[in-house]
Design a protein around this ligand. Structure first.
Ligand SMILES: Cc1cc2nc3c(=O)[nH]c(=O)nc-3n(C[C@H](O)[C@H](O)[C@H](O)COP(=O)(O)OP(=O)(O)OC[C@H]3O[C@@H](n4cnc5c(N)ncnc54)[C@H](O)[C@@H]3O)c2cc1C
Length: 396
């Protein structure tokens, strides 16, 4: 199949969907392939930064999710039983001076709806298997998967390859997440720090905290409580022990609370969903090459507390779509993509490094946790600079 002025987006997660939406808005023909038969079913990345909301508003998506989201206006810091500091998110100003808690599944549904209104339908069960740079295009091999009943006696369902086909496309955006298939065809990933392990618990409880994220710092861990909605929350604890006890999830959660957040006294916690998840601190050596470019988790990953990888990915998607459409429709030089590489790799490297400088008057306890503070703030770019400023700190 030969398509003119067409971009293939690999991955129908938040970053891939948003890339496609930004391209469609600019009149670029776009296709989205995702290997899974359905989108995210749990919250996973659970919040949109103010800047993401501003970009969503530009594309008319903000009003689809605002009524269903939960607003966060403050980040509070705790150590042991003591509330140490508070950051006022509303001070970032603008139309959306807050962080919006919204489940990844809801986010993806809203983006898919906006895409379908522009005539683009996500093609699920389409797994990109191979990419090859050609002169002026990229050859892509795709496997279409279908459900098959297999087994003898006891039947069960598996996904099988129904058909393999090849297409030729002027550009590929790899937004295919942490196990990206596009990434190894263009670049390598560098590990820039230790892997962090977390235990995540979503629970129902009578919560007193409504519009505030609470970060509990200890000598060797960052932990966070996100309110999801009235009466629901998510605790994420950084794991420092090799194994967790073999106990019911409620007891494991309560053990973490007692050790890391003694100020949290709501004992009646009903765990609705839990997961163990690890996050590498990694960044690609290049954001792309030629006609294959990356955005989101395909390109990077860091500590999840401030939900930075996905939100930076949304900003990358917006910028990459503008650059690609300037090349396809506006005759811009391919060098605009080198600028994309330099900007976003530089920004993410600073996020992972998390090096900060203190202004005079910084609280001493902040010094002890300096290396972990950047990743706990739900912001990036100039908003992050503003929020850090409230703690009398700036990015080095
Ligand atoms: C349990 C859990 C909890 C999490 N909690 C947090 C959190 O608290 N904070 C935080 O910041 N982040 C969290 N994350 C990570 C967060 O989900 C990601 O940062 C976010 O989803 C990145 O978005 P993305 O669009 O870049 O990639 P993804 O959402 O990973 O989307 C990639 C898409 O590409 C598709 N795909 C992959 N390979 C192919 C292929 N070869 N062909 C076609 N399609 C392909 C996949 O099916 C997927 O739909 C969590 C993740 C998990 C699993």
């Amino acid at each position: 199949v030969k398509a003119k002025n067409d971009v293939l987006v690999v991955g129908g997660g938040p970053v891939g969907l948003f890339s496609a939406l930004c391209l469609a808005e600019r009149g670029i023909g776009v296709r989205v392939f995702d290997s899974q038969w359905q989108g995210a079913v749990h919250s996973r990345a659970l919040a949109l930064h103010p800047e993401s909301l501003r970009l969503f508003d530009e594309l008319g998506v903000a009003n689809l999710i605002l009524p269903q989201g939960h607003r966060i206006e403050r980040v509070a810091y705790y150590e042991d039983d003591k509330r140490q500091a508070e950051v006022d998110v509303t001070k970032v100003g603008g139309t959306f001076p807050f962080v919006l808690v919204v489940s990844q599944s809801l986010l993806e549904t809203a983006l898919e709806r906006a895409l379908s209104e522009r005539g683009v339908k996500v093609q699920r069960n389409h797994q990109v298997q191979r990419l090859e740079a050609r002169d002026g295009s990229v050859a892509v091999e795709v496997a279409r998967l279908e459900k098959a009943s297999v087994g003898y006696g006891v039947m069960h369902t598996e996904w099988e390859i129904d058909k393999i086909f090849e297409l030729d496309t002027p550009f590929v955006i790899g937004a295919d997440g942490r196990e990206s298939s596009v990434r190894p065809t263009v670049t390598e990933s560098e590990t820039l720090g230790p892997t962090d392990r977390f235990a995540v618990f979503e629970f129902a409880a009578p919560l007193d905290v409504q519009n505030e994220v609470r970060v509990a710092l200890s000598d060797n861990s960052s932990n966070v409580l996100w309110p999801l909605a009235p009466g629901r929350g998510r605790w994420t604890f950084q794991r420092t022990e090799p194994a967790l006890p073999d106990k019911p999830e409620e007891q494991i959660l309560w053990g973490f609370v007692q050790a890391r957040a003694p100020w949290f006294r709501t004992r009646q916690l009903e765990v609705e969903w839990s997961a163990r998840v690890h996050f590498d601190r990694r960044l690609v050596s290049r954001m792309g090459q030629g006609r294959r470019w990356l955005a989101g988790d395909a390109a990077h990953s860091t500590n999840p507390i401030g939900v930075q990888s996905m939100n930076v990915g949304l900003r990358e998607a917006h910028d990459l779509a503008a650059r690609v459409s300037a090349i396809l429709h506006g005759g811009a030089s391919m060098s605009v993509l080198d600028e994309y590489d330099a900007k976003w790799r530089g920004d993410f490297k600073r996020l992972i490094a998390s090096e900060v400088q203190f202004e005079s008057g910084t609280e001493p306890w902040l010094g002890r946790h300096a290396s972990r503070l950047v990743s706990t703030l739900p912001a990036s770019g100039s908003d992050l600079v503003r929020l850090l400023g409230q703690l009398r700190m700036k990015l080095a």
